[in-house]
Design a protein around this ligand. Structure first.
Ligand code: SAM
Ligand code: SF4
Length: 340
């Protein structure tokens, strides 16, 4: 499948802010700092035979800072550090400190599986990281092990506690609902949101990388339907929660925490997408769904600001209008490479 080629729409571009060809502003950059991971989530990475990048292909911290400075000039003011597993990148707290002191980024966040949080929580807080999202796909150790292929549930939950102790609460939890594995745990998560100041976000399985065969097996769960059912059952009320993403938040009346619903397939939100991704090897990827990218590693390593600006502009120009997952599109490159 080739990306749709909708002509540019007119859009009043704010001065200096990068806009894509559909007029959407590009204000948010997700940066993958490694392709490596200490879990093997079924929908993300294969059990074995993962080909790892040579270390000299991966951007250095100074490279990332240069890229973010350039992004700032173009109006990108929020970044998220991700991977693979970002805490596997040695001294990742130093990257956060550098981004904080050497760039004009308004908000720096991280998405992690929290396994190594004990080593990093305090350093990340000191470095100036604003927020942490943790991916936890099950509250039952046996299901967690099946989904991640590693028996590390307890360590993950301790990781969340370390992050909270370091001042990162309320933590946002990402949980991908997968039929036959964890779709019967929704009520347990709702109970947790009632008891704890936490944001539990239900995600739809996307047909990306290893997620595609699972979706083809019929394991996709419609998260909009889940929200409707929970609204009836618990009388959910809509709440505003700060975030850059597509999640919409609701709360059980009187609950300490909130529930978020991320529905890329059942309620497509591509028309509001403000994202761009920078992979660990220096590719700018304007859309998760399509294998379109602009290589900017040489521009970054050569500290060629003009060429890098041009790379960002080109990536915005080729940003597709949206995905076609609901009509059979499958994305081959996996999330651990794209920087989920
Ligand atoms: N290792 C970190 C983690 O798991 O949070 C960061 C990288 S991971 C690729 C980022 C997010 O992508 C996770 O929340 C994960 O659940 C999500 N993800 C990966 N593959 C997915 C898929 N096929 N469908 C939906 N979400 C996916
Ligand atoms: Fe690793 Fe995150 Fe992918 Fe799981 S979702 S395999 S933790 S990169």
């Amino acid at each position: 499948m080739t990306p749709p080629t909708t002509p540019p729409t007119s859009g009043a571009a704010g001065e200096g802010t990068l806009r894509d060809r559909c007029g959407r502003p590009v204000t948010y950059l997700r940066i993958s700092v490694t392709d490596r991971c200490n879990l093997r989530c079924r929908y993300c990475m294969p059990a074995e035979g993962v080909e790892l990048l040579d270390r000299d292909e991966v951007l250095e911290f100074e490279d990332i800072v240069f890229a973010v400075q350039t992004a700032n000039e173009l109006g990108i003011e929020r970044v998220r550090i991700t991977g693979g597993e970002p805490l596997l990148r040695r001294s990742v707290d130093q990257l956060i400190a550098m981004l904080r002191s050497e760039t004009d980024t308004r908000e720096i966040a991280m998405t992690t599986n929290a396994l190594l949080m004990k080593n990093y929580a305090e350093a990340l807080a000191k470095a100036g990281l604003d927020r942490i999202n943790v991916s936890i796909d099950s509250l039952r150790p046996d299901v967690f092990d099946q989904l991640t292929r590693r028996p590390l549930f307890e360590q993950t939950m301790r990781g969340v506690a370390h992050a909270e102790d370091a001042g990162f609460g309320p933590i946002k939890v990402n949980t991908v609902l997968i039929k036959g594995y964890n779709d019967d745990e929704v009520d347990a998560w709702v109970r947790m949101s009632i008891e704890r100041d936490i944001a539990v976000r239900f995600l739809e399985l996307m047909p990306i990388g290893e997620g595609a065969p699972l979706a083809a097996e019929g394991r996709y769960v419609n998260v909009s339907d889940v929200r409707v059912k929970l609204a009836e059952e618990y009388g959910l009320e809509r709440v505003d929660v700060h975030g850059n993403g597509p999640a919409r938040y609701w709360r059980v009346p009187g609950a300490k925490g909130v529930l978020g619903f991320i529905t890329p397939i059942s309620e497509r939100y591509c028309n509001t997408c403000t994202r761009m991704r920078l992979t660990s090897t220096g590719e700018l990827r304007p859309c998760l769904a399509w294998d379109v990218h602009v290589g900017v590693r040489d521009a970054i390593r050569g500290r060629d600001r003009d060429a890098l600006r041009e790379g960002f502009t080109r990536a915005a120009e080729i940003k597709p209008e949206g995905h076609h997952w609901n009509v059979g599109q499958v994305t081959r490159v996996g999330m651990s490479t794209l920087g989920g």
